[in-house]
Structure formats: structure tokens, C-alpha cells
Design a protein. Structure first.
Length: 52
């Protein structure tokens, strides 16, 4: 599914983001940022990695 997302399949991309959401939320708690900012930062990095 990640390969499909990397190749521009938006449906696969959305599925990957939904699948990773609990992990991203958990990881955001370890950053020295407010939780919502941490989630946004991790999501931005994750999107950049997939779409990069």
C-alpha cells in the first residue's frame, strides 16, 4: 500500500495515514511541543517521506 501511495494513489495514501494515526499520536507525546503541533510536525515529515 505504501508503494501505491508513493506512486500517487491518493486512496492508498489516505489509508496509510489512517493506519498510522494512532502511532503518530503516540509519538507526538515524546516531542517537546504541544501535542497538536507534534502531530502536525510528524504528519508533515511522514507525508514528505512518502511523497518526497
Amino acid at each position: 500500500m505504501i508503494e501505491q501511495a508513493k506512486n500517487g494513489d491518493n486512496e492508498s495514501f489516505q489509508s496509510v495515514l489512517e493506519e498510522m494515526q494512532p502511532e503518530i499520536t503516540s509519538l507526538a507525546g515524546f516531542l517537546k511541543l504541544p501535542k497538536e503541533e507534534g502531530i502536525q510536525e510528524i504528519m508533515a515529515q511522514f507525508i514528505e517521506e512518502i511523497r518526497g
